[in-house]
Ligand binder design. Structure first.
Ligand code: ADP
Length: 275
């Protein structure tokens, strides 16, 4: 019986053999960074957006591309719900919020519309979102990926020029198994994995004690195992959750918050790669 890993390795190899992919750049930006997670609900979008503003606080001109076609979360995270304009009817002008240029499928479809598209439609939407958006004068575009290692991830990894990726996980074993798969996918498609972030790492009680609700040390261990950097631990924190729900990311609304400082240290590590 073939293991899931063997099956996965084979499917990637077959996809790679099918054709030589041409990697298209995203215009209007110097660099790109994928924020990915192998499993949903680990806080990937929260981390992506807070990291984006932490990088902005360090002086970068940023763009945020929410590539989660099925479950876009950027409109809610930055409380923005306008339709992007187009001057020629072909390319869209990204929306602007808190000095960041932003694009999300959520700006284009009604919040109530369920996304029941098939793979090819998703891939075509992604191509529009990457090739038909007039990003302007950006240092870095942070791309919030949908969870998993499916078609969207492969499309990005194979057909769009991506400098690097980071992977967000919780310390749970279940999430970690998927993380290993994610690392292998990026490695095989030539996207540099800058490192792993351990989100919901612990909860700090009023007693000052750290409670390891989802376990401990697994993300760091996985990073070591695959020879990747461990970028940092983000605790479960109510202010972070509130700011996400209020549509003003904590690193933007309160850059001096202890959690914003953690994002700052991760942002500094990421910037080193681009220098
Ligand atoms: P994903 O993008 O991985 O599906 P989200 O970023 O949407 O996950 O986060 C899922 C939920 O968890 C959201 O309600 C978010 O506010 C919350 N959340 C994420 N990270 C944290 C954290 N470190 N502390 C508290 N809440 C968090």
């Amino acid at each position: 019986m073939t293991s899931k890993k063997e099956e996965f390795d084979r499917s990637i190899k077959e996809r790679l053999k099918q054709k030589q992919f041409v990697k298209n750049p995203i215009n209007g930006t110097k660099h790109t960074l994928l924020v990915s997670s192998a499993k949903g609900g680990v806080g990937k979008s929260t981390v992506a957006v807070n990291l984006a503003f932490a990088l902005q606080n360090l002086g970068l001109k940023i763009g945020i591309l929410d590539a989660d076609i099925y479950g876009p979360s950027l409109p809610k995270l930055i409380n923005l719900n306008e339709k992007p304009k187009s001057e020629d009817g072909k390319a869209m002008i990204p929306l602007e919020k808190f000095n960041a240029q932003c694009m999300s499928m959520g700006f284009l479809v009604d919040e109530q519309t369920p996304m029941i598209w098939r793979g090819p439609m998703v891939i075509s939407a992604l191509k529009t979102m990457t090739q038909k958006v007039l990003w302007k004068d950006r240092d870095l575009i942070i791309i919030d990926m949908p969870p998993g290692t499916g078609d969207t991830q492969l499309t990005f990894a194979q057909e769009i020029k991506i400098d690097a990726a980071i992977i967000v996980s919780t310390p749970q074993d279940l999430a970690l198994l998927d993380v290993k798969r994610g690392i292998q996918m990026f490695d095989k498609t030539g996207v540099k994995v800058l490192g792993l972030i351990d989100n919901m790492s612990y909860f700090e009680g009023d007693d000052g004690k750290q409670y390891k609700i989802f376990g401990e040390g697994g993300v760091e261990k996985t990073a070591k195992e695959f020879n990747k950097d461990f970028l940092g631990k983000i605790p479960l924190n109510q202010d972070l959750r509130n700011s996400a729900d209020n549509g003003d990311p904590l690193t933007h609304s309160n850059p001096d918050h202890e959690i914003s400082k953690i994002f700052k240290s991760i942002a500094e590590k990421i910037i080193q790669f681009y220098q």
